[in-house]
Design a binder for this molecule. Structure first.
Ligand SMILES: CC(C)(COP(=O)(O)OP(=O)(O)OC[C@H]1O[C@@H](n2cnc3c(N)ncnc32)[C@H](O)[C@@H]1OP(=O)(O)O)[C@@H](O)C(=O)NCCC(=O)NCCS
Length: 189
């Protein structure tokens, strides 16, 4: 499938990864605050490997985690995108929308703006029927993004993340969903 290389919103360009994104990406993923709801911060090597996997996902499926660039400054600020759920779960197979931004770019609506752009891509370009999102139940900022883009919590969908060991504080996850009808309704409101 031909990858969707770029998307655009009012203030952001969602684009393919460039080799020179690595330092800023590694800095973001080494920040304990950014990685608070993940098992651990990532090393530079782990970040490079992740970029490789993201590129592979684009090549295989045509979509993935886009690098986020601010239009005003050209700065790399994080990632947002669409990803196939890659673990066993009652709601899989599914496409997930996810995000991670460097701390100095929080609190300005960039994550929600990028996520909304990804939903438009999912429904208008990829013609998906539904998009899900999930986060540790403690990750309130992420859940606020889900709510801001019109996703609705599936209370029956709360699950234990299988990639984390039983008893791990981050293991309980909440599940949010948005289907095409709800997206169209959100567009009109
Ligand atoms: C999750 C994360 C991306 C949310 O970032 P964020 O900046 O809080 O989210 P948004 O872009 O939606 O911005 C919303 C905030 O910007 C404010 N804001 C300012 N200008 C705005 C604008 N023009 N439009 C919308 N919101 C605006 C909102 O009031 C809101 O502030 P509040 O949280 O104090 O209520 C960020 O916390 C993060 O990267 N966390 C680490 C990674 C992570 O946990 N990822 C998810 C894993 S599941």
């Amino acid at each position: 499938m031909t990858p969707i290389l770029t998307l655009q919103s009012a203030r952001l360009i969602l684009r393919q990864w460039q080799d020179d994104d690595l330092p800023a990406f590694a800095e973001m993923c080494a920040d304990p605050q950014v990685m608070r709801y993940f098992p651990a911060p990532l090393s530079r090597l782990e970040c490079a490997a992740l970029i490789g996997r993201v590129r592979g996902h684009f090549n295989e499926y045509g979509y993935g985690l886009w690098a986020l660039e601010r239009m005003d400054s050209g700065a790399f600020i994080g990632l947002t995108g669409l990803l196939n759920v890659n673990f066993e779960a009652p709601f899989a197979p599914a496409v997930e929308v996810g995000w991670r931004l460097a701390r100095r770019h929080w609190g300005q609506g960039f994550a929600s703006e990028a996520a909304w752009t990804c939903l438009r891509c999912a429904f208008a370009q990829l013609h998906l029927d539904e998009v899900v999102s999930f986060a540790s139940q403690h990750n309130v900022p992420s859940q606020k993004v889900m709510q801001a883009i019109g996703m609705v919590q599936d209370l029956a969908g709360t699950f234990e993340h299988p990639r984390l060991p039983p008893g791990h504080a981050l293991r309980p996850h909440v599940l949010y969903r948005i289907d095409r009808a709800r997206w169209e309704q959100t567009l009109r409101s």
